[in-house]
Each structure stands twice: as structure tokens, then as C-alpha cells.
Design a protein around this ligand. Sequence first.
Ligand SMILES: Nc1ncnc2c1ncn2[C@@H]1O[C@H](COP(=O)(O)OP(=O)(O)OP(=O)(O)O)[C@@H](O)[C@H]1O
Length: 354
Amino acid sequence: MNTVESNTLLSLSDVSVAYGSKTIVRHVSLDLKKGDIGCLLGPSGCGKSTLLRAIAGFEPVSTGTLTLAGKVLSDKHSTVTPDQRKIGMVFQDVSLFPHLSIEKNIAFGIKSQPKKVIQERVTQLLALIDLSDYAKLYPHQISGGQQQRVALARALAPKPELILLDEPFSGLDAKLRDSLVPHVKSILKKEKVSAIMVSHDQAEAFAIADKVAVMSEGNIHQWDTAFNSYHFPASKFVASFVGESKFLLGKICCEYSVETALGRFVKKMPHHFKAGSEVELLVRIEDVTYSADSDYSGKVIKQDFHGSYYKYELQLNDGSTVYLSTNAKGLQQYQIGDQVPLTCDIENVVIFTR
Ligand SMILES: Nc1ncnc2c1ncn2[C@@H]1O[C@H](COP(=O)(O)OP(=O)(O)OP(=O)(O)O)[C@@H](O)[C@H]1O
């Protein structure tokens, strides 16, 4: 067995999942390394939870093989039951046992173990989630964020090989989420447990995950680091779902460059389009800036206030549009219909077929 294989904890090979005759997850393959956190990221209804439920063992696979630590959990012929999978789960609605104290909630999955072992593990987990002083309280006496940490500790108690988190932060307000996401990440890393989380929020996925699977309509478009998903999107869907971006109409000039309404852009590596091909070029909001003496300009067709910045949508002379953001403290603000001089500076030129 080579190093790559021995480092793999969870492996999905050509996995499909169907409800009756309706296929929801389509031929998905991915490997998750031991200790890594993966995130299934995609719009509502794309099949994230269905895939998570198949990993947990609540849904059978209709094609492919799912293995954990080299052991087949599901294939077309057999399936290991959820309780035999050594997988812990944390759901969006925390579902702690209301009649049990925090420490008894955490101990729930290990109650058949010797008393001393239970005590040690619960004490260790209470410290890990920063709730050592809350052991005797009941779920209704602690906040939503604290309840979510207890749910995580309860799932971690039996030392599962993998933790599955289904939208664990979506019931929480934005500020609490911002502080809880890095906290949960550090808990998972300290426990050295691998995890797969489901999210439809890019910022949340990027903040927690080592690898992100960008999904739509049951397909994984890209299973990669957050950095690569952002800077080297594998498909137009990934490019548009991750980050704030638009696509410029373009025409290929030679093997390195493309001509657009905001000038010519040159790739570092040759592309594979024929000269003359009509294409689309990814332009992120941060690529476009105001530039007083530019030869290029766009007309403001939309304006949104985001507190610290304004976001404008500008139409170029060929009909394509780009985003521009300006610091809301600045004096320079534009009205609908204003013509704004622009430059566009793109670090990694990403081109798609039109
Ligand atoms: N038990 C079920 N029986 C039949 N269809 C289902 C079942 N559960 C989910 N679906 C359908 O499968 C599709 C994918 O649902 P799923 O919950 O996996 O998506 P999701 O990406 O997790 O969405 P969300 O972010 O809204 O939770 C949806 O069209 C949904 O209606």
C-alpha cells in the first residue's frame, strides 16, 4: 500500500444515491485524508445531505463503493448499519436530551464503559469545548452555541473515526457562527478526528475545511482546497458559486491571450482554445478598480450598500457586466447611469467556453 492510500480515511468511488427512481447523487468520487476536514458545499437541494446520509449509512448506495479506513461500508451488495460504522453525527437542530445534564449528554454514547473511563473522557471533552463549569447544568440553561459544542462533544465521546456535521451552524446568528466555526475547527483538530461537514455558505466552508467539494445537481464539480476552488475553479459553476464574480465576453487571440471589452488578458500558461473562439472570462469583484485615466468604462446599473463597502454592477459596451466595490467611507460614490472609468487586473486568467 502506498503513502497516499494509507493516509486515506474515507473513500468514495463512483457513489450514486437514489430515492426510488430519482437519482440524487451522481457518480461521486473523493478521498478524505486522516485528520482532514472536508466540506460538501452547494446550493439547496443539490444532494449534500443525501450524500452525508449515505456516508452515515442511513441511505443505501445505488452504484459505487464507500470505504472507511479500508473497510467497505456500502456497495451495491452490502451495507454496514449506521451503529456499526464508527461515525459520529452532529445535526443542525442540536437535539440534546433535555432531561439529562450536560455531562450525562456527553456520556450518552459511552455509558457502557467503566465509570472511571467515562469520567475521564467527559472531563477531557468538557475542557476541550470550554464548558468545564457547566457539567451539571441542563441543555435549556445554556446558549445555542454552547449546546452545539455539547452536541459535538457527545458525538466525539466514543472516539469515532469520522464525524459528520449537517449544517451545524445554520440555526445560529452570524456573529455567533463567526466565533463558533474556528472553535469547532480547533476542537476537531485537537481530537485529530476527520470530519465531513455540509454547508451552503462559502465563508463557513472556507473557514473550516481542508478540502471543499463544490456540488450542484448531485455532481461534485471540484474536490480541492478552498484556495484552488477560488483561484482555479474547475467549472463555470464553481467559478460563479464561490466568490462574487461575473463573466466577460471574450474572443481568443492566440494561445495565451483573450480580447474583451476591458482589454486584452494574457494567461501564464497556454489555454486550449482555438484562435477566434468565443469564450467567457472570469472577473472577480476584487479584479476591477476605479481608474480615472482608463480608456475603459462601465455604466452603473445596480448599487448595493454593504455597510463597509458599496457594491456596483457595471455594464460594459458589449453588454457584459462586472462588479466593482468601493470603500463606503470614500467620497467617490456613483449613481445609477453614471459612467465609471475602470481597469481590470486579473492574477489568474480563467476562461470558459461560451
Ligand atoms: N427522503 C427523501 N425522499 C425523496 N426525495 C428526497 C428525500 N430527501 C431528499 N430528497 C430530495 O433530494 C434532493 C436533495 O436533497 P438534499 O436534502 O440531499 O439536498 P441538500 O443539498 O442537502 O439541500 P439543503 O441545503 O436544502 O438541505 C431534493 O430534491 C430533495 O427533495
